[in-house]
Design a protein around this ligand. Structure first.
Ligand code: TEU
Ligand code: CA
Length: 545
């Protein structure tokens, strides 16, 4: 596989509204991102992925866009954005933006025109269907509501929305829509951005004929439908291939075999992808399942396409809470999960705050929460007569707000995030967990991330090395090698709250080993990899000589 900058990158995701507020309105803003760029740079990352900051009524925190080429007031303005891009480039980093083109806001002028009459020239820019037997055209569920269909009284038709009612799906069958989107993409690329994270990009093509389905609750029929690759190959021909950029597709419901169709180097579609086998299949940690998924994806893409590695983002709760131990082993566990994500095959993503071991949150009432997905689900379930307290409890672990609480900069009021009232409450543990403390502590999670990232710069084995799992049968221990040319690294992880004895398989030549990094400070490198006792959440990387 040829070498390119994006394959060697570490990406830092900035959910700007929770990052840093500079004008006291309680929302993070682009000025705040500019002010904290040196902090991001100190970590050593190469690319910043900025969540949507385009004009939006904000029902879905910017994923309901009403003007693709202007900046929403909460975030700032185009001048601020231009300065942000310049300051990112000044520091030798790159900026990729979120591309949300499966749907717009219902307040986008295109949709306002489209819904105004059945004969409007933009009617076919969205997906309108007549009622069927006086009801919804089919039985499809949406991500955020019981049906993808919303009835529009004024024209007597339903429109389709794969997410909230406020997010009508664009009709990608319409050539005018596609050309308008390509024009908008060039607008941002010509400003100098370095690529896109493409929001649920595999949903653009809908199931031919919109037939009702056997099991509407398994919503994978919304994605990977015939026609999707033609759209992406056209997008590549018309736009993407003309720029030196990185493109990462958010592609739920996909298997490695299908994933390769999106990111295969011979496919001329996208560079890499986020798949969700882990997030969707593993509400909590399942080591065996995780290993299967890693091997499955490694074999599926090997030598032909590039995976992306993440365990949390603005939609998925914080990894140390969901997949680690955020109580007695929070530091060790945060470092173990980082070791894993940064040494598995694929581009590693850091979600803001992960680098200081921020945790999920438990607020006391549904009114403390903001996430439209959670609030819609709560309304739907309580509407079925279920006990509100029980519904609330059932939604807490996976609520997207777990990862959307403000970055904890220090131990002052509101964690130093805002001088005003934050749009969502700060996690009460900010007094112990904050950036200021992390930067003052040489053994903090922050400096461990910094070390992992610098190792990636110095060692191609982390980016290009072959992967082999040596621990498939093990319950708690995850051990794998990365081999590149004559160099072999072995990663040893004990993902458990208890000690676990471990011995490296005989066939590994272990005359001598060189310790690369460990998350327990007393590991010397003189260890014998036969009959080792690994402590709770212990992580080590050795170079085999
Ligand atoms: O997320 C889409 C989404 O919700 C799924 O990818 C889900 O996260 C995945 O299947 C795992 O459960 C994107 C954005 O990231 C999200 O913030 C938006 O709400 C959504 O699209 C609509 O734009
Ligand atoms: Ca602000």
């Amino acid at each position: 596989m040829n070498k390119t900058w994006w394959k060697e990158a570490v990406v830092y995701q900035v959910y700007w509204r929770s990052f840093y507020d500079t004008n006291g309105d309680g929302y993070g803003d682009l000025e705040g991102v500019i002010e904290k760029l040196d902090y991001i740079k100190e970590l050593g990352v190469d690319v910043i992925w900025l969540n949507p900051c385009y004009e939006s009524p904000d029902f879905d925190n910017g994923y309901d866009i009403s003007d693709y080429t202007s900046i929403m007031d909460k975030a700032g303005n185009m001048e601020t954005w231009e300065r942000l891009l310049h300051e990112v480039h000044q520091r030798g980093m790159r900026l990729i933006m979120d591309l949300v083109v499966n749907h717009t806001s219902n307040q986008h002028p295109w949709f306002i025109e489209s819904r105004s009459s059945k004969s409007n020239p933009k009617r076919d820019w969205y997906i309108w269907k007549d009622p069927k037997d006086g009801k919804e055209p089919n039985n499809w569920r949406s991500y955020f509501t019981p049906s993808v269909w919303e009835f529009d009284e004024s024209t007597g038709q339903y429109y389709m929305h794969s997410f909230a009612v406020e997010q009508p799906d664009l009709n990608w069958e319409n050539e005018e829509v596609r050309q308008e989107i390509y024009k908008m993409m060039r607008f941002w690329l010509d400003k100098g951005i370095d690529g896109f994270r493409l929001d649920v990009i595999n949903l653009l093509a809908k199931l031919e004929g919109f037939p009702s389905v056997e099991n509407p609750n398994n919503i994978n029929y919304l994605g990977n439908n015939p026609g999707i690759h033609e759209y992406l190959q056209e997008m590549n021909r018309e736009v993407l291939q003309h720029y030196d950029i990185m493109t990462v597709g958010e592609i739920p419901f996909v298997t490695p075999e299908d994933g390769l169709l999106y990111v295969g180097e011979d496919r001329n579609e996208l560079h890499t992808l986020f798949h969700f086998e882990v997030a969707d299949d593993m509400p909590t940690w399942d080591m065996k399942r995780f290993k299967e998924i890693q091997t499955h994806w490694y074999e599926g893409l090997k030598g032909k396409g590039t995976n992306s590695q993440f365990l949390n983002n603005h939609d998925h709760t914080r990894q140390v809470t969901r997949y680690g131990n955020d109580q007695e082993y929070r530091i060790e566990s945060a470092k173990l999960l980082a070791t894993m994500i940064h040494t598995l095959p694929g581009i590693p993503y850091i979600y803001q705050g992960e680098e200081i071991g921020m945790t999920g949150v438990r607020f006391q009432s549904i009114d403390d929460y903001n996430d439209i997905a959670m609030k819609n689900k709560y309304k739907e379930e309580v509407g079925k007569g279920r006990d509100p307290e029980e519904v609330f409890e059932s939604l807490l672990l996976l609520s997207r707000d777990n990862s959307r609480t403000p970055i904890q900069w220090d131990d002052t009021e509101q964690a130093g995030f805002t001088s005003g009232t934050p749009w969502i409450k700060v996690n009460p543990n900010y007094k112990e967990i904050n950036v200021k403390q992390a930067l003052q502590d040489p053994s903090s999670v922050f400096y461990y991330y910094q070390k992992l990232i610098s190792l990636r710069k110095e060692n191609p084995v982390m980016t290009y090395g072959d992967y082999k799992d040596l621990s498939l049968g093990e319950e708690n221990v995850y051990v794998y090698t990365r081999t590149y040319e004559s160099e072999t690294w072995v990663v040893i992880l004990n993902h458990a709250d208890v000690e676990t004895d471990y011995s490296l398989p005989e066939n590994l030549d272990t005359q001598s080993v060189e310790l690369i990094i460990a998350n327990y400070s007393d590991v010397t490198g003189e260890d014998h990899l036969q009959n080792t006792t690994l402590r709770p959440h212990e992580a080590r990387i050795y170079k085999l000589n």
